[in-house]
Design a protein around this ligand. Structure first.
Ligand SMILES: [Zn+2]
Length: 225
């Protein structure tokens, strides 16, 4: 973090146009054409270690621009990256429809459900980046109506998953994701930024199912492989 940026943050100015690409660090542009192209590759099916119970797709591996953009959005205050990431997510969803992996748009309005994050962690990061990603994807889908349903929440006793093994992640989250409101009807896509072991996705899908909401697919920006 450079001195100029720190000074800007101290001054409380929120809407700063970033001077480097959030995917590769290229100068003078917030999101470069090469990173946009990398994110525009067709989504691919992924099979996490934990059985999620519905098809899972990633825009790419959790590496390169996918990883850099997720980390910058989550940890470095790059809220602006929700726009290119949301656009890529919206495009991926329409490609999944074209491929027959999701119902076509004319059948029912699509509902995006952000995977839950621990509330304290989201506050510390200045808002939940996955919610912002879903909202941006909804905006990028216009004129098609895509709604965002923030219906999942994580029990306050859950630890941050960083550094936990797959078994520890599963134990940490088991039965601790709840549904606080019913999702609107329509094809439901669970959205997360990263798919690691699949624990969060599996617990989220199970919690929604217990509440009577079927999930059609899980779509993430990057899958750890
Ligand atoms: Zn770039």
């Amino acid at each position: 973090m450079g001195a100029r940026w720190s000074a800007t943050v101290r001054a409380g100015i929120d809407l700063v146009v970033p001077r480097e690409c959030g995917g590769c660090g290229a100068a003078s542009v917030a999101w470069c054409a090469r990173c946009a192209e990398a994110l525009a590759q067709p989504p691919r099916a992924v099979r996490p270690a934990v059985t999620v119970g519905v098809p899972c797709f990633a825009l790419g591996s959790y590496a390169g621009p996918h990883r850099a953009a997720v980390v910058a959005a989550k940890e470095r205050g790059r809220r602006d990256l929700a726009v290119p990431l949301g656009r890529a997510l919206a495009d991926a969803i329409s490609q999944l429809r074209d491929a027959g992996d999701l119902d076509p748009a004319e059948l029912n309005p699509l509902v995006l459900v952000p995977a839950p994050s621990r509330r304290r962690a989201a506050r510390r990061r200045g808002g939940d980046p996955v919610v912002r990603l879903c909202t941006a994807a909804s905006a990028a889908s216009a004129p098609e109506v895509v709604s965002v349903a923030r219906v999942l929440e994580v029990d306050g006793g859950v630890r941050d998953s960083v550094g936990l093994s797959a078994a520890q992640r599963a134990e940490n989250l088991a039965g601790r994701i709840g549904v606080r409101a019913r999702a609107p009807r329509g094809p439901v896509v669970l959205v997360d930024d990263v798919l690691t072991t699949g624990t969060t996705a599996a617990e989220s899908v199970a919690a929604l199912r217990r509440a009577g909401v079927g999930v059609d697919a899980v779509v993430v920006i990057g899958a750890v492989r």
